[in-house]
Design a protein around this ligand. Structure first.
Ligand code: ZN
Ligand code: FE
Length: 249
C-alpha cells in the first residue's frame, strides 16, 4: 500500500500537504500554515480525520496552525524542539528517527540552515520527500539561523536521495527563483526549465513537486560550485545565496 498526497495552496505562497496512508486510513499534515484551510481540506477529501502533524521547523507559516488543528482533531504533533517556541509538541525529533504510520515509513532527515532545527521527512518506498524551506524548485531557503556550511550540507543530503524522489517544497517561489537562476547560469537546461516554469505559472499551475534529478540539473544552489570559483563548495554556495539575497528581479 502506498500513500496519497493532497497538495493545495494556502496563505500568499505556501503549499499545504495532507498525506494519507492508504492501508490504515491514517492522515498526516506536513506543517500547519493555515489551520482553517487544512481543516476544510480534511473534510473535502472525505478522509475525515487528522492523526498527525509533522512539522519541519518553527516558523509561523509552518507551525502556526498546530494548536487549532490539535484542538479540532486531537492529532499527535511531531517536530523539532524549536517548534515549542510557538506551540507544544507531543514528540520531539531531531533527525535520524524513523516514523511509522500504518504501512508508511518516514525517515526524519536533519536539514539545518534555514533554521537550526529544520528537518525533512522522506519516504523511500513512496519516493517522496517533504523538505519544508530547505530545498525549493530552482531555489533554497534563506539562511535565517544557520551557516552556509550547514545549509550546503543539508542540501547535499537531499541531493543524495534517489533521482526520482518527488520533492514537496513548502512555497511556490519558482518563477522568482528561475529569474535569479537565469542571471547566474547560462546552461541550456536551466533556460528551458525557466521557460517551462514561467509558462506553468501563467496557466496558474503549481511547479511543486519537483524531483531530485531536476534540481541537480537546474538548481543554481546545487550547481554553485560550477558557477562561481571558490575555495570550497560550501563557500561557492554561500556566494550564490548572498547574490540571491540581493537579487532584484
Ligand atoms: Zn521558514
Ligand atoms: Fe516558510
Amino acid at each position: 500500500m502506498a500513500i496519497e498526497i493532497r497538495q493545495f495552496p494556502v496563505l500568499s505562497d505556501n503549499y499545504a500537504f495532507l498525506v494519507r496512508d492508504q492501508g490504515s486510513g491514517l492522515v498526516a499534515t506536513i506543517d500547519t500554515p493555515d489551520a482553517d484551510a487544512i481543516a476544510r481540506e480534511v473534510e473535502a477529501s472525505g478522509w475525515g480525520r487528522l492523526d498527525f502533524i509533522l512539522n519541519t521547523h518553527w516558523h509561523p507559516d509552518h507551525a502556526g496552525g498546530n494548536a487549532a488543528l490539535k484542538a479540532r482533531f486531537g492529532c499527535e504533533i511531531v517536530g523539532p524542539a524549536e517548534v515549542e517556541k510557538i506551540a507544544p509538541l507531543d514528540r520531539v525529533v531531531s533527525g535520524g528517527e524513523t516514523l511509522s504510520f500504518g504501512d508508511t515509513t518516514l525517515k526524519v532527515l536533519p536539514t539545518p540552515g534555514h533554521t537550526l532545527g529544520h528537518i525533512a521527512y522522506w519516504s523511500e518506498a513512496d519516493a517522496v520527500a517533504f523538505v519544508g524551506d530547505t530545498l525549493f524548485a530552482m531555489g533554497c531557503g534563506r539562511l535565517f539561523e544557520g551557516t552556509a556550511e550547514q545549509m550546503w550540507k543539508s542540501l547535499q543530503s537531499l541531493a543524495a536521495l534517489p533521482d526520482a524522489t518527488r520533492v514537496y517544497c513548502a512555497h511556490e517561489y519558482t518563477a522568482s527563483n528561475a529569474r535569479f537562476a537565469l542571471s547566474v547560469d547560462a546552461d541550456a537546461q536551466v533556460k528551458a526549465r525557466a521557460e517551462a516554469v514561467f509558462a506553468a505559472r501563467e496557466r496558474g499551475e503549481p511547479t511543486v513537486p519537483t524531483t531530485i534529478a531536476l534540481e541537480k540539473a537546474t538548481n543554481p544552489f546545487l550547481r554553485a560550485p560550477s558557477l562561481v570559483s571558490s575555495a570550497t563548495p560550501a563557500e561557492a554556495f554561500g556566494q550564490v545565496r548572498a547574490a540571491k539575497d540581493g537579487f532584484k528581479g
